[in-house]
Design a protein around this ligand. Sequence first.
Ligand code: ATP
Ligand code: MG
Length: 252
Amino acid sequence: MSEIPEDHPRYDSLITRERIVEGVRIGITSPQGLVAQGRGESFDYLLGECTSESASCAEKVAVAMLLLARRPVISVNGNTAALVPDGLVALSEVTGASLEVNLFHRSETRVGKIIDHLRSHGATDVLGGKGDARIDVNHDRAVVDGAGIYAADVVLVPLEDGDRCQALVHMGKSVIAIDLNPLSRTSRTASVTIVDNVTRAIDNMVELALDMDCTDKDVLRESIVSFDNEDVLSSALELIRERLLYISGGIV
Ligand code: ATP
Ligand code: MG
């Protein structure tokens, strides 16, 4: 990786780019993943590159859902495997959720490489290699494990495609998305949308899960019932509007 001085004003963002480029170099991230990261970065810039209050709220509800779920699964793609492998493994451990590799540009080689990569970061059991079931979308993300995403009641889908998010919701699953674009089809169709960078969201969720593990189950349930995803999306758009007004001195 290139040397980035720690006092560089864009240190976090540049390190994130380096990780994605490294992911492509070692064959776990697709070249198209670089473009997806770019779209995310542009929204992160507009959102102020920090976790907003409403994103923090959504992260809390998402953790409550994972802790209460019977069969929670965390879906892993090439970008998340490159950016937050330790966080994914830690979140899986503290919530009891399984990890499952699921790719838009699927090849058995890349699935195998991501499984090995997660194992090298401490994962014991990673699903996604079987691909013995399908969900209702007409691209490679349809391929899932029968004992994993197919049978899950709660699925965490960082950096998802809108159509698969919709298909999972149609199957009756609760879907948690992490997506910096509050306008994407994924954000608009998920049960809970975390409008935050996956690099911050996953770490926040690990901390929350450790804190909330002993919380009364009824209290967790209540937080889910009173959650409104429309509010989260409106808050993110309002935050972008306020920042644009502030930066432009009210010209926008
Ligand atoms: P959709 O299919 O939901 O309409 P899309 O086609 O615009 O979304 P995709 O290319 O399918 O987007 O997936 C990339 C999505 O992931 C984008 O919405 C982008 O904002 C988001 N994204 C990229 N990098 C990150 C990141 N580091 N953290 C959170 N979200 C990210
Ligand atoms: Mg898409």
